[in-house]
Design a binder for this molecule. Structure first.
Ligand code: ADP
Length: 378
């Protein structure tokens, strides 16, 4: 089956075409500056889809797209699995906009543009939050008055679910453990970063919460912090809610501590003696170690610790720093295996390690394509 995977943002649209039977990628691309009237950019998502089709011409060897899979950021409490899209589903995605104001409306625009162009092609929505719908209530509740949950939906949802799900499956397979019996701590470390407690192959806790701001130290996001910081700074009158939203999401994390949001640069700067970069690494690694320790307990003893995404797959110095602090868990890194470059799922711990440490490359598009094909009879 040929599946067009679409990740639609407010002003950009990323796509891939995957052959789900062969497990291959036939094409990929990015349409940018949607709505930018200058310079011949697409006026709207409909024109962006036209551009994708034009770019695909010739790339598919005469075959045509069988189904379209959309990455949708927020599935709220309703969606715990991918769904076939109809009008009601698109409206439901739009109704979830208050929970993901930047993303869900843009995801819906992408769906509507495809529907307008190809009314008969089946489309599937795959939600970033869905994998975490299995979290028990004690993990997704904040200890705040009930009305904030019942009236405003304030609870923990979690994100990066498609990646955590995909990586969990591959890790279980690599270790030869049946997924339904597999416990793990999975660290998805990209520009955005989250760690998930997996018990019996399902998410039982995750570090991102109501929004992707909670949890780990990220490229530009602060992760966990005391909410009084926000209220007090607003009360003092020097910052607005908007200022703080920007500071905590865009100017914090590695960037806030070191001036740089890119892990490669931070690692290099730290190696050259930059104190801010060293501190950023120390704070980020320590935060992750605390989550790993906590989640090891939450899953009733993990069978593996798994690293994935840009940093998790590529930054051996950061992995080393994190795992070195896990001595109390009996985890032992194989330093040679850790620095070896590879695109394959692999073990980077010693045979003596209490639990194996794995690197498993993520592929959200493959997961979206597979989910789409499964729902469309592929
Ligand atoms: P996202 O998909 O969330 O935008 P990625 O998963 O692509 O992010 O991860 C981006 C992060 O991965 C950056 O901090 C970048 O520095 C880091 N990264 C990518 N390649 C390498 C590498 N070869 N060595 C170290 N870090 C890397």
């Amino acid at each position: 089956m040929l599946v067009l995977v679409i990740n639609s943002g407010s002003s950009s649209l990323k796509y891939q075409v995957r052959d789900t039977a062969a497990g291959s990628r036939l094409a990929n691309g990015l349409v940018e500056r949607i709505g930018d009237a200058s310079g011949g950019h697409p006026a709207d998502h409909g024109e962006a889809i036209e551009q994708v089709l034009a770019e695909l011409e010739g790339a598919l060897g005469g075959r045509s797209i069988d189904a379209v899979g959309h990455r949708v950021v927020h599935g709220g409490e309703r969606f715990g699995a991918p769904v076939l899209i109809d009008n009601e589903i698109v409206r439901a995605i739009e109704r979830l906009a208050p929970l993901a104001p930047l993303h869900n409306p843009a995801n819906a625009l992408g769906i509507r543009a495809v529907t307008a162009k190809w009314p008969r092609i089946p489309q599937v929505a795959v939600f970033d939050t869905a994998f975490h719908r299995t979290m028990p209530e004690h993990a997704w509740r904040y200890a705040i008055p009930d009305a904030l949950y019942t009236e405003h939906g304030v609870r923990r949802y979690g994100f990066h679910g498609t990646s955590h799900d995909y990586v969990t499956g591959l890790a279980a397979e690599l270790l030869g453990i049946e997924r339904s019996r597999f416990n793990a701590v999975v660290a998805h470390l990209g520009n955005g970063a989250s760690v998930t407690a997996v018990r019996g192959g399902a998410s039982v806790d995750t570090s991102m919460g109501y929004t992707p701001l909670e949890g780990l130290v990220m490229g530009t996001r602060s992760g966990d912090l005391d909410p009084s910081i926000v209220t007090q700074l607003i009360v003092r009158g020097e910052y607005t809610a908007g200022d703080l939203d920007r500071i905590l999401n865009q100017d914090s994390g590695l960037k806030g501590l070191s001036g740089n949001n890119d892990m490669r640069s931070v690692v290099e700067a730290a190696a050259e003696g930059d104190d801010g970069a060293e501190l950023a690494l120390a704070v980020a690694a320590y935060r992750l170690q605390k989550y790993i320790g906590g989640y090891h307990v939450a899953v009733g003893g993990a069978h593996a610790l798994v690293f994935t995404a840009g940093i998790g797959e590529n930054s051996w110095p950061f992995r080393e720093r994190v795992v070195e602090g896990l001595g109390a868990l009996g985890v032992e890194l194989d330093r040679y295996a850790n620095v070896r470059r590879s695109g394959a799922p692999r073990v980077i711990s010693t045979p003596e390690s209490a639990i194996p440490v794995l690197v498993v490359p993520t592929d959200e598009e493959a997961q979206i394509a597979a989910a789409t094909a499964a729902l469309c009879g592929g």
